[in-house]
Write a protein that binds this ligand. Structure first.
Ligand code: ADP
Ligand code: MG
Ligand code: ZN
Length: 613
């Protein structure tokens, strides 16, 4: 079978996505291959398809047990023999699986990196034909990455011991140069084909909301999206507990996940979410790597993460099936302080020497700044993210909260001059609150204490609302007129361009949302009127619900998550095509021959019964 036939027969898809084919061909040519693609782009197929064509055993190295189980489950559902070898198996199960592996029963075997150089495993590997080692989540090998796993360093030790060097392929969603170079070096990849695909995820809507009551906003969002599966990321364990409890009390189907829970509870909650028994997962960033749940319809951030890498990775867990999904960040000024604290007290790089640690801290502060600017910008959010990852393109996407808001150029020179003047005249000693309170003319104890009520700019912006003053203050930071120091005091200082406004009298224009639009913007993401997917627009909801129920029933029988039986996208497509026979059913995206044999008739019957009434 060629790669197209395999794609159709086992996975039920008609075409490859852009980079997949190049990566697959490179592997089939026997070249080392590195694929850098965003979450949901379809990296797994890039090593799974060649694995079926190379005529030996492919070992897939993967960092998480849950991920292996999921992937192997999917492959088995598609009719491909695969197994995993990790610590979740009992001794008995492990030896049994290894026994089948020796007989050559599995073309694809998922292995935990720490197993590789154990005696039993080496004995198996030395007596088998290992044709490829595919390293998934390859950024785990790099100390620069956020998920460094020392056990990943064993991979090369293992490869070195094999009698014949296999093809080495590696895949990650982390795009930075340092990480990419580390992967190539540490895995000793030999003149690899490197393919980076566009980082854009067109089906994702991006939004930033600065709201007073985050809880209320999120609750409203969940209310309008009842029945949809989603994730709410919180910054701390405590926040997870609070938000989860309140939502549960308010009658939502939620579960929770963070590193402080027992192993059993984490496992149970994760499965409840994956099997659609709980609609919404409330979690810290500990949740998600390796979760391939394809029907996550929204990812909300109850607070700003520490950098855009994390944000994009977490948000990217929405809409893996390619259907429309929403990623909304609910921002609050305090998030910066919380993150600063997390960076200062990070345990991640404890065993590094102080100099390196200093560099890493500084880098983290810079990243946090860029993340903060994402929350302030009035330009296209998608464009902001893509630029951060080094991609340049148009600055209007039409599917983010900024592109959907009407802005007008507003002259903010007066506000800017007062703010910069206030900072200068008070000798760059105070934080943002004191500065804003001074120009606004507040009479707090602090202001009097610091004698800021005697400052020449005191009360000069008394008529301007505080939120507007803060917006301009943020903008001044983004544009390099002012800066806020990274230390504990967060003092506002003059930055490179301050003179342009204060001394040279240049005007400052800023894009601001039209006031009438503000209300509309705040409403939008919660409402159904937002841009939903074109595909799901015309679908017959009654039929969709019936197909979904049938999917749940089958998933229970098979003991797999529902989306592994068929994705939401496949069900939606069925509702549109309304197949009446086998051939039509096979034209539905995601329906391969093997799955057709197993469930095709039942879905056909369901569609027929629906037509008949
Ligand atoms: P990644 O590992 O890059 O995050 P996955 O390999 O988990 O992504 O794939 C994400 C989703 O995309 C899966 O549901 C997968 O079945 C689907 N997919 C992959 N390749 C294709 C394709 N060529 N056509 C349609 N769907 C695809
Ligand atoms: Mg993956
Ligand atoms: Zn946009």
């Amino acid at each position: 079978m060629d790669k197209y036939e395999i794609l159709k027969k086992y996975f039920g898809y008609d075409t490859f996505r852009n980079a997949q084919e190049i990566l697959i061909d490179s592997i089939l040519d026997g070249k080392d291959t590195l694929g850098i693609m965003p979450t949901g782009a379809g990296k797994s197929l890039c090593y799974q398809i060649p694995a079926l064509m190379l005529g030996g055993i492919t070992l897939v190295i993967s960092p998480l047990i849950s991920l292996m189980k999921d992937q192997v489950g999917s492959l088995n559902q598609a009719g491909i023999h695969a197994a995993f070898l990790n610590s979740s198996l009992t001794m008995n199960q492990y030896y049994k699986a290894l026994g089948f592996a020796r007989q050559g029963r599995y073309p694809i075997i998922y292995v935990a990196p720490e197993r590789l150089v154990t005696d039993e495993f080496l004995d198996f590997a030395l007596h088998s034909s290992i044709v490829m080692v595919a390293v998934d989540e390859a950024h785990c090998v790099s100390q620069w990455g956020q998920d460094f796993r020392p056990s990943y360093l064993k991979i090369i030790e293992f490869i070195d011991r094999l009698p014949k060097r296999p093809v080495v392929s590696a895949f990650t969603a982390t795009a930075t140069k340092e990480v990419r170079e580390d992967i190539i070096d540490l895995l000793q990849m030999q003149s690899p084909t490197v393919m980076t695909t566009g980082f854009d995820r067109e089906n994702l809507y991006f939004g930033v909301m600065a709201v007073k009551d985050r809880y209320a906003s999120i609750r409203n969002y969940l209310d309008v999206h009842r029945g949809d599966s989603g994730i709410v990321y919180c910054l701390t364990r405590k926040q997870v507990e609070e938000v989860c409890e309140r939502l549960a009390t308010d009658g939502f189907s939620v579960t929770r996940y963070h590193a402080g829970l027992s192993d059993e509870e984490r496992k149970k909650n994760q499965e409840d979410f994956i099997y659609d028994r709980a609609a919404v997962m409330i979690s810290t960033n500990a949740f998600g790597m390796g979760i391939d749940k394809s029907n996550v319809r929204f990812v909300l951030h109850y607070g700003m993460p520490k950098n855009l890498e994390s944000y994009y990775q977490e948000a990217g867990r929405a809409g893996r099936d390619g259907e429309a999904a929403e990623c909304i960040l609910y921002y609050h000024g305090r998030d910066v302080v919380t993150n600063q604290f997390l960076i200062e007290h990070s345990q991640d790089s404890q065993d590094l020497d102080p100099a390196v640690m200093g560099i890493i801290r500084e880098r983290d502060q810079q990243r946090l700044k860029k993340m903060t600017f994402y929350c302030f910008t009035n330009d296209c959010l998608r464009d902001y993210i893509l630029k951060y990852f080094g991609e340049y393109r148009g600055n209007y996407c039409g599917n983010c909260s900024n592109c959907l808001t009407q802005f007008e150029e507003t002259d903010v020179t007066e506000i800017a001059r007062a703010l910069i003047g206030c900072v200068e005249s008070s000798n760059q000693r105070y934080g943002t609150t004191v500065i804003v309170d001074t120009v606004h003319g507040a009479s707090t104890a602090k202001i009097k204490n610091y004698r800021m009520n005697e400052n020449p700019y005191y009360g000069s912006l008394a008529k301007i609302p505080v939120y507007r003053i803060r917006q301009v203050l943020n903008y001044l930071q983004m544009e390099d007129y002012l800066l806020v120091t990274n230390d504990d005091y967060a003092v506002v200082k003059l930055a490179r361009r301050f003179k342009e406004i204060l001394k040279e009298g240049k005007p400052l224009l800023m894009k601001l949302a039209k006031d009438t639009e503000r209300a509309a913007k705040a409403e939008r993401p919660g409402g159904k009127e937002g841009k939903r997917d074109v595909l799901s627009e015309g679908r017959d909801e009654g039929l969709f619900e019936k197909l979904r129920a049938l999917r749940t029933e089958i998933a229970k029988e098979e003991k797999v998550p529902p989306y592994i039986v068929f994705s939401d996208k496949t069900l939606t497509h069925m509702c549109i095509v309304k197949p009446g026979n086998k051939q039509q059913m096979l034209s539905v995206t995601g329906v391969g021959e093997y799955k057709y044999e197993k469930y095709g008739e039942r879905f056909l019957a369901c569609i027929r019964a629906n037509q008949a009434k």
